[in-house]
Structure formats: structure tokens, C-alpha cells
Design a binder for this molecule. Structure first.
Ligand SMILES: Nc1ncnc2c1ncn2[C@@H]1O[C@H](COP(=O)(O)OP(=O)(O)OP(=O)(O)O)[C@@H](O)[C@H]1O
Length: 221
């Protein structure tokens, strides 16, 4: 069974005649451990799709099933729990908590869930992302690439069903981008982590197992 399945997913904004079909019937299957890049021009519907998969927004029609769960059956509270346990988010702007140090930022999703950090797994993740000597630093003392590595560690630490990354290297120079992306790919592979990433950088998309192209809210074959 795929870890993620969307069926005829639609998201419309506004009403006729000024309707925007941000997603217009997207059916997508992603297998466990797969790395999928979603590419497309600005306004093609990439972020809308990611928001639906991550339970951040509700579709107009169609289904999203993550790890066997149909998201339309969840109420707001259940959706919040679903996001915390099942989805790791990586954003362009890192979204680290400025008053927490690196270790605390990485541990946050697990602790919010009332759970204890798996120390051994933490060590492994931190080592793979070369953050061992940064654990006591505050985010604003780190470079952009280092901050994004912290965000990657935070996304992986709860062993989510899927990691969703929205233009994760959008704020990084090209050399740092390839370093960070390389690390994201290697750590995902090592932990058999499913990864769905938006990018409009075709070089970065080449790193994925599969590229899905979206135009005008539809998947292009
Ligand atoms: N809240 C909203 N209200 C109205 N229209 C919206 C809303 N969110 C997105 N749209 C429209 O839906 C379409 C798809 O937007 P989306 O942000 O998914 O594109 P994108 O491919 O992620 O673009 P970019 O690469 O620029 O981030 C666009 O035409 C956008 O203007």
C-alpha cells in the first residue's frame, strides 16, 4: 500500500466566473521510502498540493490518504495530532524557534507529543547532519545552511510517515543548496524516510527518485 495517495484532489478558490482552480484533479501515489520532487511554474499549485497532503488545508473535493488514514475523517484536533506524529515539515525559512537552542529545536516535535526523545536516534541524526558541536547554539548564531540542517533533523526526529519540504533551499546559495540537499537525501535514505519536496530548481529535482510536474493544477505525464 502506498504511504500517500491523493485521489482526484481539487482545490478551488472563489466562485464562477472568477474561480481559481489551484488543484484540478490530482491523483498521486507515493511509495514508502520514495523521494518525489514536485516541480512546476509559479502558481501551478505546488504549495496547495503540499498543504493538502500535510493536513494544513482542506480540499474542495477528493481524498488524501496518509499512512492508511483518510484526512477528511479527522476533526481539527485530530488533524493537529496527525500533523505532529505523521508529517515532518521543512520550510524555505527554516521556522526554528529562536528562544530554543539547536537540541531543543530538534527535540520539539517529540516533546510536544508528550514523548521522550530516542537518544540514540537523535545522536545518529545529529551526526549525519554534522550538528554535533552546534547543539547548544541558538538558531540566530547559525548560517542558513546550518539552520536548514537543524530543520531537517527536527523533521526526521519523530520518524514521520512523510517529510514535506517546500523549497527547502530557496534561501541558500547554490553550493550550500547542494550540500543541504545531499544531506537531506542521504539521511532520508538511511532512515527509509519518504520525502516529498517542492522545488522549481530542475537541478535539485534531479536528485529525486521521481519528478512530478504540475501545470495549472494538473499533473503532466
Ligand atoms: N488562499 C488563496 N486564495 C485564492 N487563491 C489562491 C490562494 N492560495 C493560492 N491561490 C491560487 O492558487 C494557484 C496555485 O497557487 P500555489 O501557491 O499552490 O502555487 P505554487 O505552484 O506553489 O506557486 P509558487 O511556486 O509561486 O509558490 C495560484 O493561482 C494562486 O494564486
Amino acid at each position: 500500500m502506498p504511504i500517500l495517495q491523493t485521489t482526484d484532489l481539487k482545490k478551488y478558490y472563489g466562485d464562477e466566473p472568477n474561480i481559481t482552480k489551484a488543484l484540478d484533479g490530482v491523483s498521486l501515489s507515493v511509495e514508502h521510502g520514495e523521494f518525489v520532487a514536485i516541480v512546476g511554474t509559479s502558481g501551478s499549485g505546488k504549495s496547495t498540493l503540499l498543504n493538502m497532503i500535510g493536513g494544513l488545508d482542506v480540499p474542495t473535493s477528493g481524498k488524501v490518504i496518509v499512512d492508511g488514514k483518510d484526512l477528511s475523517t479527522l476533526n481539527d484536533e485530530q488533524l493537529a495530532i496527525f500533523r505532529r506524529r505523521k508529517i515532518g515539515f521543512i520550510f524555505q525559512n527554516y521556522n526554528l524557534v529562536p528562544v530554543l537552542n539547536v537540541y531543543e529545536n530538534i527535540a520539539l516535535p517529540v516533546e510536544l507529543d508528550g514523548d521522550k526523545v530516542d537518544k540514540k536516534f537523535m545522536q545518529e541524526v545529529v551526526r549525519m547532519l554534522a550538528l554535533e558541536d552546534k547543539l547548544n547554539n541558538m538558531p540566530n548564531n547559525l548560517s542558513g545552511g546550518q539552520q536548514q540542517r537543524v530543520a531537517i533533523a527536527r523533521a526526521l526526529i519523530s520518524k514521520p510517515a512523510i517529510v514535506l519540504a517546500d523549497e527547502p533551499t530557496g534561501n541558500l546559495d547554490s553550493r550550500t543548496s547542494s550540500d543541504v540537499l545531499g544531506l537531506l537525501k542521504v539521511t532520508s535514505q538511511k532512515f527509509h524516510q519518504t520525502l516529498v519536496m517542492i522545488t522549481h530548481n530542475s537541478e535539485i529535482a534531479q536528485l529525486a527518485d521521481r519528478i512530478v510536474r504540475i501545470e495549472d493544477g494538473k499533473i503532466m505525464e
